[in-house]
Design a binder for this molecule. Structure first.
Ligand SMILES: [Zn+2]
Length: 243
């Protein structure tokens, strides 16, 4: 097991290369963090008007993407009130079922395998975790994907008319970004305007306690393992809220 973790650690640092050391969501150090579930309820954005949401991502007729934990919702509201005039958040996706999570992971895995069939299963699996958290870890153990907890939200900014501002890449197009260089929060290949919007969004969310996943400018969380790891908490407060 120890040998395996060392190998996984090596592959991760290898894939992330030296310029920006990113701790992946499936990193053993993140997965080792205990969860003390606080049983907080989920808020459904469909029952409120402050935070915009939609259209539904990924699969047609997906109506189950608008929920998040109560504290996460309250923090998002607070963050929105600090955004420059005319800008608002739009939720792309909140809590996600494990079944949908597994499908999305498999989809990403298949795309990466097609792009480079010579890579090993381990390499493709690790690469996939840069974008999607697995339901089952590579060693066969169960994972708690951040989007199953109601702690993670995928958001972007919209203007007064409800249109998405230039964030560099639309969330619907991320499958085209095989190298991940457009999705990366600190992307150097997007326009100056997009860099600015990402900074504005990041500041508002960070100031209320959210943590970003650096490979995805849109992914923020509060209370899950990744948040606990990045903020040096002893435990996460949200486990799987959706089965
Ligand atoms: Zn996400």
């Amino acid at each position: 097991m120890k040998k395996f973790l060392l190998l996984l650690g090596f592959l991760m640092s290898f894939n992330c290369n030296a310029e920006q050391k990113i701790v992946l969501i499936a990193d053993p150090a993140v997965l080792a963090i205990p969860i003390h579930e606080n049983n907080e309820s989920l808020i459904d954005l469909a029952n409120q008007k402050e935070i915009a949401y939609g259209p539904a991502p990924l699969v047609p007729d997906n109506k189950d993407y608008t929920k998040m934990r109560k504290t996460v919702y309250e923090k998002l509201l607070k963050a929105q009130s600090t955004l420059p005039d005319g800008l608002k958040f739009c939720l792309y996706e909140g809590a996600r079922s494990l079944e949908l999570q597994q499908n999305i992971f498999q989809e990403r895995y298949d795309i990466l395998r097609k792009a480079d069939p010579k890579k090993t299963h381990e390499e493709i699996f690790t690469e996939s975790t840069k974008f999607v958290s697995p339901v089952i870890n590579i060693d066969g153990s169960k994972n708690v994907p951040p989007h199953s907890t109601g702690a993670a939200i995928d958001v972007y900014l919209i203007d007064k008319t409800g249109k998405m501002v230039d964030m560099g890449i639309h969330l619907d197009d991320t499958y085209k970004d095989i190298t991940g260089e457009y999705c990366q929060t600190n992307s150097t290949v997007i326009s100056e305007q997009a860099k600015n919007y990402r900074k504005m969004m990041g500041k508002a969310l960070q100031d209320v306690g959210f943590v970003n996943y650096p490979t995805e400018y849109w992914h923020w969380s509060y209370g899950d393992r990744y948040w606990a790891y990045q903020t040096k908490q002893k435990f996460a407060v949200y486990g799987a809220a959706l089965k």
